[in-house]
Design a protein around this ligand. Structure first.
Ligand code: UD1
Length: 340
């Protein structure tokens, strides 16, 4: 019997790539999305890549009646929860928007996991580590007080999951802490679709390269790093998606060692902003227009993962090179612009 995975926020950047990998690994997937932060491009792309018209439920996960109906109408073996707002700056100016939506929707997922007995995979973030004292960070590195409501929701949802798993038999959970997901599917049929001016580095780079933005600002050149720019662990979106398949299989095949587990999902290879920009220019043969600008508030100097726990326990490893990832990101931007 095929197992069914519910992917909330399945039409978004990460959700769409995860859906493709789940289908290609033999799972049935139900996509739920309210299209509040994306259009149908990625949903259509997922159907094209998989050659299937995938079940799509247009709904808001804060609506408990709709969530309950979904769980009662379908036998759901695991739920992967992506349905959340993700703009860090906006979460500082409008925290209630983030607390209401991101916490409310996840509480509904947990309520249904309790009622129906279901495995829960939560999409957490390296943001929970704040500015780490030691690098690379392991899952045992201490969490730091969040500096944004967005970051706070990630910490709170991790704790909600931990407590529900401890209290309710039949609920098991994994939190994956993503480092910096970038890139696009090699088919260029799905990718990142930022609304308005991108906050994240790679969409800003590709939009500058295509001519949608005039110039990339590199935020800060006086950080205590080799070249003065911040260092991050950029993880390919397809590699990241595959980690979800490994985590779902671990839950559904009864291989968890604890009922609640946490894994870092990163490459373990730090890159500075300048190194990433140089790699993008080199692999795509493009001269990017960029300049140094003041530091951005809230940025940590450097963070990268120790991914050895995920390597060992999930049997997962980041495989794609930064060059492949940056070429895919550029192919996606060109396709969006209708140039390919
Ligand atoms: C950010 C969020 C993180 C979230 C992640 C989702 C913060 C503090 N962190 O991570 O919580 O999970 O996005 O993808 O917002 N940069 C530039 N110019 C730009 C954009 C970025 O120089 O136009 C630099 C940043 O200063 C940073 C690096 O590029 O050093 C990566 O930035 P970004 O892609 O926004 O990711 P994070 O800030 O690491």
């Amino acid at each position: 019997m095929k197992k069914t995975v519910l992917v909330s926020g399945g039409a978004g950047f990460i959700g769409s790539h995860v859906t493709v990998e789940l289908i290609q690994s033999g799972y049935d997937v139900i996509i739920a999305d309210d299209f509040s932060n994306c259009d149908r491009t990625n949903y259509n792309g997922v159907c094209q890549i998989t050659g299937r018209q995938l079940p799509l439920v247009e709904m808001d996960f804060c609506d408990i009646a709709a969530v309950r109906k979904l769980f009662i109408d379908n036998k759901i073996d695991a739920v992967i929860h992506f349905a959340a707002f993700k703009a860090v700056g906006e979460s500082v100016s409008d925290p209630l928007k983030y607390y209401t939506n991101n916490l409310g929707s996840f509480l509904n997922v947990l309520q249904m996991a309790r009622e129906q007995g279901c495995n829960v995979l939560f999409s957490s973030s390296a943001t929970v580590y704040g500015e780490p004292e030691e690098l690379p960070v392991t899952e045992n590195s201490p969490r730091q007080p969040a500096t944004s409501a967005y970051g706070n929701t990630k910490q709170m949802c991790e704790d909600f999951l931990r407590d529900c798993v401890a209290a309710y038999p039949g609920v098991r959970g994994i939190a994956l802490r993503y480092f910096n997901p970038i890139g696009a599917h090699p088919s260029a049929l799905i990718g990142e679709l930022p609304r308005g001016v991108p906050n994240n580095l790679v969409p800003f780079i590709t939009q500058t390269a295509i001519g949608k933005r005039e110039c990339l600002s590199i935020f800060g050149n006086d950080y205590p790093t080799e070249d003065g720019t911040c260092k991050r662990d950029y993880i390919d979106i397809v590699d990241l998606a595959k980690a979800h398949v490994c985590a779902v299989a671990r839950m559904l095949d009864d291989r968890m060692e604890q009922p609640y587990e946490i894994f870092n999902i990163g490459t373990g290879r730090p890159l500075s902003v300048l190194e990433l920009v140089n790699a993008f220019e080199k692999v795509n043969g493009i001269k990017l227009n960029w300049k140094f600008a003041p530091r951005r508030a809230g940025d940590v100097v450097a963070i990268w993962a120790d991914p050895s726990l995920a390597n060992e326990k999930l049997g997962w490893k980041a495989e794609r090179s930064t060059e492949e990832t940056l070429a895919a990101a550029w192919a996606w931007e060109k396709r969006l612009a209708g140039k390919q």
